[in-house]
Write a protein that binds this ligand. Structure first.
Ligand code: HDE
Length: 698
């Protein structure tokens, strides 16, 4: 056998020279590539080999270090809320709560506190899509001058379960089924609904999750809630119960279910992209922070228990007092370092804010601290830049551990000590006055595993929610339950839900049964008879916030030969109304307008369907329209916009495409001959009147 000839030193030189020409090398010394330990790297393209065609050498520490680091790049994703997006910003207090709390973040009016806010879905993995039907996490870390305050809430003000001990069961039930590993990021399956049927306390939350709240249009358009009842504690150590609410300046807006499903394919990162792009272009999302405040006596007088996380306090009974605002104005520099490594802890509370005895909340302090150990791998996760208390120093006598980044000086690592008597640093000491003190809630009880009698009513607030919705929202809610139960193969699971729904509202139970083509079963006996409450319009989405194009997106579909002046007029009218506008063309290079000018496209038609917009305009030429008639993406663009109740502005030349897509005239179809401004009103909302014509709802 012929031997591979030995490489001569001259050949080696030649090879290295050739390698150097195939890539850019650093010129500035400060941009010099090094190993993790600072050794300058001479070649980042070729591993060390025995000859140019020979095996790699174990000696190549540059290669080994690089690959090993890569092998360990992933950390365990969050058990729940794995998929999320976040941004930096600030909280500014506009009204002092000093009567109720000594927390400086809630008493120093005008002061800006840095925040980091992470939004998330709950059920799906980190790589799942943004638009499933799901609760959204709404976690705000406020870097206050008295330590971090993490308000780790959701976009729904109540929760599925009343006691922390049920949380692992709930999550197991909603996640992929244990044997088959699907469905991903979806509650529409047997094990979830089996659990829900057997846990009637979840019915109120189910109403919210089946409502359009669970398919938000944008992370910028969601309300946020602290969910649990917390306590505020003032200087005199008096306590007031508090519920926290975040209210988006852009209003609460949702997608339609069919739209959410199609968005999952069109743009799995729809929410992440929307948030990033809005902040990137200076359109900063903003929320008001509001509180509901109650004394113990007021709480005792309510017909439900405020320690029960499946209950809300209707705004009509205790109005929301707006005390501040949060603005998100900076995208993370690095997704992993910030968004992924952010560790939120409901136990992070400055002096003056405290927990209540809500048995669900009581389970959280342990869980969050604990989960960081497996996710971030060390008790020192608080030293990661994103988790560090930034508003004040953190100093104590905890020492060492994996990944200790602090270099402590001196001998004082215990307390009390008297080292200062010898002229040495004694280290930090406790502060009995200014430090965190738990509220001295009187407790004298017998140890029991019992649920309070006051937690027994599982249906009154589910009923309140359903009956407070508009007709459209009720129809969506009922249809969502039909959709989800239709994905359940076990008939007894569907039956049990129907039996529970009869306790909520007979008409709801009937329309769901009809949607499933099933007989209505007997009512399941409730633990406590539900009672009727006054409707709470604040629980609706529709009509709660004014219609507006602010923060919404408009797509203009154009072809060669289109009228450039009209495109410009539509664009500028929509932008002046606050929308972002994208030009969509058959080819991404753009189109040649009437008159010969070129117009670049922001998106190619096949990759930019109308689901990513809130309203669309079709500015086509006659020939351009004729060519689109044979393009399914164009027909779908129009058909979906119509089916998703969006306004469609059109030129007369676009009529054949409207006809092919089966579009019938209504208030949302705006002939652009009337002027671009005529499009803005209809584009600021959905055409709800159209819905019965395009969709069979339960
Ligand atoms: Fe969580 N939850 N949770 N949760 N939760 C986590 O903590 C847990 C609950 C919420 O963007 C985990 O750091 C238990 C209610 C949000 O990083 C974990 C119980 C509410 C986030 C955990 C609850 C929430 C989490 C997973 C029952 C609304 C994402 C990773 C007692 C008020 C925060 C992590 C982020 C995350 C446990 C109940 C909201 C496993 C045991 C109720 C927004 O520790």
């Amino acid at each position: 056998m012929a031997k591979t000839p030995r490489t001569t030193p001259a050949q080696v030189k030649e090879t290295l020279g050739a390698g150097g020409e195939t890539h850019q090398t650093a010129s500035a010394p400060d941009a010099r590539l090094t190993t993790n330990h600072g050794v300058p790297v001479s070649d980042n393209q070729n591993s060390l080999k025995a000859g140019p065609r020979g095996p790699s050498l174990l000696e190549d520490f540059v290669l080994r270090e690089k690959i090993q680091h890569f092998d360990h790049e992933r950390i365990p994703e969050r058990i729940v809320h794995a998929r999320g997006s976040a941004a930096h910003g600030f909280f500014e207090l506009t009204e002092s709560l000093e009567k109720y709390t000594r927390a400086r973040v809630l008493t120093e009016v005008g002061k800006r506190t840095e925040v980091f806010t992470r939004f998330s879905t709950v059920a799906g993995g980190a790589g799942s899509v943004d638009t499933p039907r799901d609760v959204r996490g709404f976690a705000v870390k406020l870097y206050t001058v008295e330590g971090n305050w993490d308000l780790v809430g959701n976009n729904i003000p109540v929760f599925f379960i009343q006691d922390a001990i049920k949380f692992p069961d709930l999550i197991h039930a909603v996640k992929m089924e244990a044997d088959r590993g699907y469905p991903q990021a979806a509650s529409a399956h047997d094990t979830f609904w089996d659990f829900i049927g057997l846990m009637p306390e979840s019915t109120h939350m189910i109403m919210w999750v089946m409502s359009d709240r669970a398919i938000p249009r944008s992370l910028r358009m969601m309300e946020g809630f602290g969910v649990h009842t917390f306590r505020l504690i003032n200087d005199k150590d008096e306590a007031t119960f508090v519920k926290f609410h975040w209210r988006p300046k852009l209003g609460t807006q949702s997608t339609l279910w069919d739209e959410a499903v199609k968005l999952a394919g069109a743009d799995p990162d729809f929410h992440r992209r929307d948030l990033f792009e809005a902040i990137d272009k200076g359109d900063f999302p903003e929320w008001e922070l509001g509180v509901q405040l109650l004394t113990q006596d007021e709480a005792d007088a309510l017909p439900f228990d405020i320690l029960d996380a499946t209950k809300l306090i209707p705004e009509e009974l205790y109005p929301i007092k707006v005390i501040g605002r949060m603005v998100l104005d900076r995208n993370p520099d690095n997704f992993f370092a910030e968004t992924e490594q952010a560790a939120f802890l409901p136990t992070n509370m400055p002096p003056g804010i405290d927990v209540s005895e809500d048995p669900l909340l009581q389970g959280r302090p342990f869980s969050y601290q604990d989960t960081q150990l497996s996710r971030l791998g060390t008790v020192n996760f608080h030293q990661l830049p994103i988790n560090q208390a930034k508003g004040c120093p953190f100093q104590n006598l905890q020492r060492d551990g994996h990944m200790q980044t602090q270099v402590f000086k001196g001998r004082a690592n215990y307390e009390p000590n008297s080292l200062s008597q010898a002229g040495e640093e004694g280290g930090p000491r406790e502060d009995p006055e200014g430090g965190f003190r738990s509220f001295a809630a009187p407790v004298e009880e017998t140890k029991v595993r019992l649920r309070a009698e006051t937690f027994a009513d599982h249906y009154s607030q589910a009923r309140l929610f359903y009956r407070s919705q508009t007709e459209i929202e009720q129809a969506h809610l009922a249809s969502a339950i039909v959709f989800e139960l239709s994905k359940c193969q076990m008939e007894h699971v569907r039956n049990r839900i129907l039996g529970n729904l009869r306790n909520v509202d007979e008409s709801l139970a009937k329309r769901v049964a009809a949607g499933l083509a099933m007989d209505l079963p007997a009512k399941n006996k409730p633990a406590a008879e539900p009672f009727d409450m006054d409707a709470s319009p604040a629980l609706r989405i529709l009509g709660k916030y004014p219609d507006s194009l602010k923060g919404r997106a408009v797509g203009i579909l154009v072809t060669d030969g289109a009228d450039g002046a009209l495109i410009e007029a539509v664009k500028s009218a929509a932008e002046s109304a606050g929308a972002s506008v994208k030009i969509v063309a058959p080819k991404v290079g753009g189109v040649k307008l009437k008159g010969g000018k070129m117009l670049a496209a922001d998106g190619q038609l096949a990759g930019t369907p109308s689901v990513v917009f809130d309203a669309v305009a079709l500015v086509l030429s006659e020939d351009g329209c004729a060519s689109l008639l044979g393009e399914a993406a164009a027909v779908d663009f129009v058909r979906d916009a119509f089916g998703h109740l969006k306004a469609i502005g059109f030129t007369a030349e676009a009529q054949p495409l409207l006809d092919k897509a089966g579009v019938a005239p209504d208030d949302g179809l705006v002939d652009l001959a009337k002027g671009a401004k005529a499009f803005i009103g209809p584009a600021s909302t959905r055409q709800w009147n159209r819905e019965p014509k395009v969709r069979m709802l339960a």
